[in-house]
Write a protein of this length. Structure first.
Ligand code: SF4
Length: 477
């Protein structure tokens, strides 16, 4: 039994930012190679602190879904997963035993050598005759990177791909150009003499740059733009979609996972399996977990909002796969994104009918890691992480939360956590019984979540604002 965990950035504000990871997880899941494919995020749930707990396997491969190496892949993700590693990840990845699991952490997908095939696939989409020698001879490829002075590795991957594709001899020339640094993409007319120019953005997703700034800067009018006044005469620029949205990324993921995981086998984690066996047994008798009611239904299990108990099924939207449900519960009834899944804002008006095998995935989409953490609490093996420890772990723009006083943290938590179903063990709040004992809201919070950390940071920033300082002076006067 092997599990694959795909890790993305996510967002507290924008639910769409998790879409790419969900998409690739689904493509890989369809291959049936892994016992489970799980999504995890830095700024969304399941968080990096939770995600390993949601895995049922003792062999877990974690792949960062980033286009290049950098702060997140080298600092944040290893730290939050508890890998005990900081800095560049070696080519073969990192393997650690964490909580009885062998966790293999790989390089981000964007640096895998197979990405040159993805670039090529993008080029063929806009120029299907590319492999005919007379077309290739008249075509120059531009691998377009963002370019940044903060991370030289992101440029290295562009140069490496350009060099590898040059070697393959398909194109007359291959250039590595950048949006934000030299050599800039806007200089292509001075550099390229070929009749056809294919520009492939080495970007993770469609967005402001790929859809607006690049076309605007180059004067592109669509997939193919004819330029008649360039120094080399008429030239057509073919502009492709970014590499990061190509379905071939799923193959890159599988390749990375295969390379990372030499050892096979391993038993299901016993504690994990026992937790779910117990939950499934309780569910067949009717169980409430947070705001969710689970009931037996024709040999299957039905999940719905507890306030929809007794509502005719014809009034409710029915999901028969966990993935359908996933997209519904990420928004509340007003259509607002729910950054913390245990906020008391679970939408109403739906039901999901799943078998026992899918129950775990369905419940993870609603409340990630809640079953595992709650079971660990009832077995006295869940350790709370005090705020100072969480604060000390923060780096970058979040490091300032280390300066927050206990009173400031508590004031923010009073506001934020009041909307949450969890009970803050890290602030020594008593929990007592849990949903395993029939108390639906008995859900532990072992550690301040990233949403709360961000709220503490915002509070400190607001304290420094001129308005706040004026107000404080007025209050003192
Ligand atoms: S820190 Fe507060 S908001 Fe975040 S999960 Fe814990 S209880 Fe909920």
């Amino acid at each position: 039994m092997r599990s694959l965990v795909l890790v993305g950035h996510g967002s507290h504000l924008n639910g769409d930012s998790a879409g790419a990871v969900y998409y690739y997880a689904e493509l890989v899941r369809q291959q049936g190679i892994f016992a489970e494919v799980i999504e995890g995020y830095w700024k969304e749930e399941p968080s990096l602190r939770q995600v390993l707990k949601t895995s049922a396997s003792t062999e877990v491969t974690v792949i960062p879904m980033f286009i290049s190496e950098g702060y997140f892949t080298e600092t944040v993700i290893p730290r939050e997963l508890g890998l005990g590693h900081q800095g560049p990840v070696p080519e073969g990845g990192i393997a650690r035993v964490i909580g009885g699991r062998t966790v293999r952490y790989t390089l981000p997908y964007g640096v895998h050598p197979k990405m040159q095939d993805v670039i090529l696939a993008r080029a063929r989409e806009v120029l299907p005759d590319l492999d005919r020698p007379e077309v290739g001879r008249d075509t120059t490829l531009v691998v377009l990177g963002h370019g940044t002075t903060r991370n030289e590795n992101s440029n290295k991957v562009i140069e490496r791909n350009a060099a590898a594709l040059r070697e393959r001899g398909i194109f007359a020339e291959v250039h590595a150009l950048y949006l934000d640094e030299d050599p800039k993409v806007g200089t292509w007319p001075e550099r390229v003499g070929a009749k056809n120019v294919v520009i492939v953005p080495f970007f993770a997703s469609e967005g402001w740059h790929t859809q607006e700034t690049i076309p605007a800067e180059l004067g592109l009018t669509g997939t193919a733009t004819l330029f008649t006044d360039t120094p080399s005469g008429p030239q057509t620029v073919y502009y492709t979609k970014p590499v990061g949205t190509h379905p071939m990324i799923a193959e890159v993921i599988l390749q990375l996972a295969a390379e990372a995981s030499q050892a096979r086998g391993g038993d299901l984690d016993r504690t994990h399996a026992e937790s779910w066996r117990l939950l499934t047994r309780l569910a067949h008798g009717g169980l409430r977990v947070g705001e969710v009611l689970i009931s037996p239904y024709s040999g299957l299990l039905e999940l719905r909002h507890m306030l929809d108990e007794g509502r005719p099924t014809t009034d409710l939207l029915t999901y028969v796969t966990p993935e359908g449900l996933r997209d519904r519960v990420r928004q509340d009834d007003a259509g607002e994104y729910r950054p913390v899944r245990t906020f008391r804002t679970l939408p109403r008006g739906w039901r999901a009918v799943v078998d026992e095998a899918d129950l775990r995935r369905a419940l993870h989409y609603i409340y990630p890691a809640v079953v595992e953490e709650t079971r660990a609490y009832t077995c006295h093996s869940l350790r709370a992480t005090p705020w100072p420890t969480t604060a000390r772990r923060q780096t970058g723009i979040y490091a300032k939360v280390q300066k927050a006083s206990s009173a400031q943290v508590e004031a923010v938590a009073q506001k934020v956590c009041a909307a949450c179903l969890r009970t803050r063990l890290w602030a020594a709040e008593p929990l007592g019984q849990t949903f395993f004992d029939g108390v639906p809201g008995g859900i532990p919070c072992a550690e301040a979540c990233t949403y709360l950390v961000a709220a503490v940071r915002d509070e400190l920033s607001a304290e420094k604002s001129p308005e706040k300082q004026d107000q404080a002076k007025l209050e003192q006067a």
